[in-house]
Design a protein around this ligand. Sequence first.
Ligand SMILES: [Zn+2]
Ligand SMILES: [Zn+2]
Length: 326
Amino acid sequence: MSLLDKVPGDLRLYIGGLFTLRRKAALQDCGITHILSILRLPLDKELFESYVHEVVEADDVDDENLLEHFPACNKFIQEGLDAGGGVLVHCAMGKSRSATIICAYLTQRNNISPHDALSQLREARPFCEPNDGFMKQLELYHAMCTPENVDETPAYQRWLYEREVELSRACGQAPEAEKIRFEDEHEKESSAADFELRCRKCRRALATSQYLVNHKKRKETNPGGQASRQTDGCSHYFLDPLSWMRPELEQGKLDGRLECPKCKTNVGKYAWQGMQCSCGDWVVPGISLAKGKIDEVKSRPPGAVNLGIRMPPSMGRKPGPGQQNL
Ligand SMILES: [Zn+2]
Ligand SMILES: [Zn+2]
């Protein structure tokens, strides 16, 4: 294991472990002026006296959120490099956490994939290996187009929610009420809904196809493909949490029934720890409407007249698709 390694390329960017810090001469030879520590350990302050120093407290575990620190770390690295100095990013071993931060920087700076960034880093330090959770965070960061404001990015918020559900599931609990993401209270990236799901008894709109969770053959079918095809043969529609479910989902129960908010008919059920569909697939978390209680109604494109469906008289007074509060 080398003491510290220079990231290949023309940047004065270095990666190392804890013991690197004690080799003053080596740090001096590399012209290190800035040090970024990625660990949750008490650090000897004297070691950093002659450097610009930042600490990100993080453990090397899959569910540690490093993603939220990427923008600030990138900024710190860039400032150090722009000032003409050398920048050292270190963790305990210089293997997972510091490699993740350097990959995030290279991904953002060079607009490359995290895998390409890691390959580049491994040319200098072959054993660099972000843990699986960090690798997924890097992929998400890249997919989000490396925003400066991660917190306000819907994909990040969605990831936080899924993480919360997974963490609470691991300890056998329902997610905390304020952590549940009611998907219809957030802007959707795609605005067109193919169809609506309505209560068979009272016709109340309960969901649009945008909020379906496509569990079947998810990997094999084309992404963004028609949701209806993928639920053929299943006796449930699986959904994201929607605001009409709020009174039930916020009770903190592990599972329960879902009633139509208008006519109070039992239309479905939920189980945070997951539910098996009639097709055999498990959906986690499982929030489902029973097909027998629901009518699938094709959504009208705004402004178009759909002669195929006879709308009940009340339809005319309702706001158009996408504007309804589900
Ligand atoms: Zn109803
Ligand atoms: Zn199914």
